[in-house]
Unconditional design. Structure first.
Length: 152
């Protein structure tokens, strides 16, 4: 069995980067848009990943294609693709790996040199989301600045 490197945490939760835990949770519980089985064809250094699903080749992009390659080599060429959630699933010994992917022909941002920082509102815009533990949120006293509407 080969070793699969840990995911690169670039700080982006945008398509093709780190899957957000809410995205994964919703995908796992979505019985209407389940993953379609397929085969891994290849990954390329430019981030492009080629898979075959329903007898159709798809060209996708991920910020860490070498990690997808490692996972696939460790567990075989079988994958599944859940386009509704932008997730490529690769089986593993303990379940499966989730890779966030986007169509290669679409827009994708390169990883920033440093993970984005800022308020939650700024991170929603610049990083596509954020995730912190509840105790960190309380400790830093971050505010979502959500407008509350008053009942009429």
């Amino acid at each position: 069995m080969s070793t699969i490197r840990p995911p690169t945490v670039c700080g982006l939760f945008k398509p093709g980067h780190t899957p957000h835990w809410i995205q994964v949770d919703k995908a796992v519980n979505d019985n209407e848009h389940e993953p379609s089985p397929g085969l891994f064809i290849q990954s390329r250094m430019d981030g492009n990943v080629v898979i075959q699903v329903n007898d159709q080749e798809l060209l996708l992009w991920n910020h860490q294609p070498e990690r997808i390659d490692e996972a696939v080599l460790a567990w075989g060429r079988a994958i599944s693709f859940q386009p509704r959630w932008g997730l490529l699933w690769v089986p593993s010994e303990i379940g499966r790996f989730a890779f966030c992917v986007v169509k290669a022909s679409g827009h994708h941002e390169p990883c920033p040199s440093r993970p984005p920082t800022g308020t939650p509102t700024e991170l929603l815009k610049s990083a596509g989301g954020f995730s912190v533990r509840g105790d960190q949120l309380r400790e830093s006293k971050l505010s979502l600045n959500v407008k509350r509407s008053r009942p009429s």
